[in-house]
Design a protein around this ligand. Structure first.
Ligand code: 5GP
Length: 193
């Protein structure tokens, strides 16, 4: 059993609306040494490809993207969800439909931090319908950079994002795949590893 599956079994909670809460180690409080270990496992899976940059979207993506970039020995860059005065000038943008909030938001990345020489690993905490990854891929395309792969902590296998990426031939590594969740009983069924 992967370290993440074990952790979710011990600490994950199922909420209404098909939401898995992992606030005790990833989405609110951060178990730093655990996330570092998970980051090293993800980096190991991509040790056969060249990666120059890890790309994620704020906020929770940072918790996993940071240790992955550290283990790979490359820089990490994150798309911002909010318009700020600090992010003036030339930016790449994409629209993302939020699974958890039911809204559409714009993500932005300063052009100076991603270019056509970059080989990019997208990293995020969850993969559900695949909207966040889609927005990040649009930013990679605008930069003329190359997508090296997608690394996800928790894929919700009963939502279509993961299958769509695999069908497109994109290299996707999910550290735990949840195939079923029951909000009433709290049961979580994991895909066999
Ligand atoms: P997607 O864009 O693939 O539809 O959804 C992924 C994004 O929605 C992730 O970045 C994550 O923040 C959020 N998300 C989706 N499902 C869950 C969930 O079950 N639990 C939590 N905590 N976040 C989720």
């Amino acid at each position: 059993m992967s370290i993440l599956t074990e952790k979710i079994k011990a600490e994950g909670r199922v909420y209404p609306g098909n939401i898995l809460k992992v606030d005790s180690f990833l989405n609110h409080q951060v178990d730093v040494s655990f996330m570092s270990a998970l980051g090293r496992e993800i980096a190991e899976k991509f040790s056969d490809v060249e990666i120059t940059k890890v790309l994620t979207v704020e906020t929770s993506g940072l918790v996993i993207a940071y240790p992955v970039a550290e283990a790979l020995g490359c820089k990490m860059v994150f798309a911002k969800k909010h318009q700020t005065k600090n992010l003036a000038g030339d930016v790449y943008t994409a629209d993302v439909a939020s699974f958890t909030h039911g809204t559409v938001y714009e993500i932005r990345l300063a052009k100076q931090y991603l270019n056509e020489n970059d080989k990019v690993l997208i990293v995020d905490d969850f993969l559900a319908n695949g909207q966040a990854v889609r927005g990040l891929r649009q930013i990679i395309e605008q930069a003329g950079a190359t997508l090296a792969g997608v690394a996800i902590a928790i894929e919700k296998g009963f939502q279509p994002g993961g299958q769509q990426l695999r069908e497109e031939g994109i290299r996707l590594e999910s550290m735990a795949i949840v195939d079923e969740m029951d909000g009433e009983t709290g049961t979580i069924v994991f895909r066999a590893e």
